[in-house]
Design a protein around this ligand. Structure first.
Ligand SMILES: C[S@@+](CC[C@H](N)C(=O)[O-])C[C@H]1O[C@@H](n2cnc3c(N)ncnc32)[C@H](O)[C@@H]1O
Length: 258
C-alpha cells in the first residue's frame, strides 16, 4: 500500500482487523490500544527510563526480543539506529509491527523467532532489548544465557515484572547445608513459579523478586550499569561466571545441528 493510501479510516479499520494490541501506538492519529489497562502503554513506562538509553544510536545495531507491535524498535530507529531487528514468537503481534512500521515509513527487520533461537541470527548487536519477556518463559535463565552467549554485543536493556519485595541482601559466596534462615529473608533471590495462571495469563511462568532479577542478570554475565525504574535495568556485557554446563550442552547441540 502506498503511504498516501493510509487514510485515517483505512488505518483504523486495519488496526481493528489486526486484533487486540498490547502497544498503544500513534499511527498518524489512530491509537492502537487507547483503553490499555496500564494507560498509555508503553509510552508512560518508556518516559521513566528513556534517559539511560543512548540518545544517538547512529551506526548501531539493535535486537528487540519479544518486540510485540514494535514500540521499542520504532523508538530505536527514531534515535538513529542503523539497523533494528525485531523478533517475536507470535505472528499476530508481528503483523501489527509490520503494519505500524509501514504506516510510519520506518524500516525494521521483523522476524518470527523465539528467544531460544537467537543463535540462528549469527551476529551480535550493540544493543539488545529484552523487555517484558523473561517471566513469560518456562526457561528464563536459559534465555538470558543464550542471549549473552550469542547476540549481546555491548548493552542490554532489560525489564521484568517483579513480585515479592524490593529488598536486596548481599549474597555470600556459599552457604552451609544446614543454613535455612536465609531462605526466609525477603532480600534473598526468589523466583516464584506460577503453575497455572497469573493475572489470567497462563504464560506468566516465573515471577522474580528484585534480588533474583539482579542475581540472574549477574549470573548470565551482565553487569548492571543503571536501574532507572523499579523493573528496568541497563546492563553491559561482563564476565560470564564459570560453570554454566547446561549452556555448553545446548550450544554444542546447536553446533551439531548446524
Ligand atoms: C509483555 S509483552 C512485552 C512486549 C515488549 N517487549 C514490551 O516490553 O512492551 C511479551 C512479548 O514477548 C513475546 N514472547 C513470549 N515468549 C517469547 C519467546 N519465547 N520468544 C520471543 N518472544 C516471546 C510475546 O509474544 C509478546 O509479544
Amino acid at each position: 500500500m502506498a503511504r498516501s493510501e493510509f487514510t485515517t479510516e483505512a488505518i483504523r479499520s486495519r488496526v481493528q482487523a489486526l486484533g487486540d494490541w498490547f502497544h498503544n501506538l500513534d499511527l498518524r492519529g489512530v491509537r492502537t490500544a487507547p483503553d490499555h489497562f496500564l494507560g498509555d502503554y508503553p509510552t508512560i513506562k518508556w518516559n521513566r527510563f528513556a534517559h539511560v538509553v543512548p540518545e544517538d544510536l547512529s551506526g548501531r545495531s539493535v535486537l528487540d526480543i519479544g518486540c510485540n507491535a514494535g514500540f521499542y524498535s520504532l523508538e530505536m530507529k527514531r534515535r538513529g539506529a542503523a539497523r533494528v531487528v525485531g523478533i517475536d514468537s507470535d505472528e499476530g503481534y508481528l503483523a501489527q509491527a509490520r503494519f505500524a512500521a509501514e504506516v510510519l515509513g520506518v524500516e525494521v527487520e521483523w522476524r518470527r523467532l523465539s528467544v531460544y533461537e537467537v543463535a540462528s541470527l549469527g551476529e551480535r548487536f550493540d544493543l539488545v532489548i529484552f523487555m517484558g519477556v523473561l517471566y513469560h518463559l518456562r526457561h528464563p535463565l536459559l534465555a538470558l544465557d543464550l542471549l549473552r552467549e550469542h547476540v549481546a554485543g555491548d548493552l542490554l536493556l532489560f525489564q521484568s515484572m517483579q513480585r515479592g519485595g524490593e529488598e536486596v541482601e548481599p549474597l555470600d559466596s556459599d552457604y552451609p547445608f544446614r543454613e535455612t534462615a536465609v531462605f526466609e529473608e525477603r532480600g534473598f533471590p526468589r523466583l516464584h513459579f506460577m503453575e497455572k495462571k497469573y493475572a489470567g495469563d497462563p504464560t506468566n511462568w516465573w515471577i522474580p523478586n528484585r534480588s533474583c532479577v539482579e542475581a540472574m542478570l549477574r549470573s548470565a554475565g551482565f553487569e548492571i550499569v543503571a536501574h532507572p525504574e523499579a523493573e528496568v535495568y541497563l546492563c553491559r556485557c561482563g564476565e560470564r561466571p564459570p560453570g554454566i554446563e547446561l549452556l555448553e550442552i545446548v550450544t554444542a547441540r546447536e553446533e551439531v545441528r548446524g
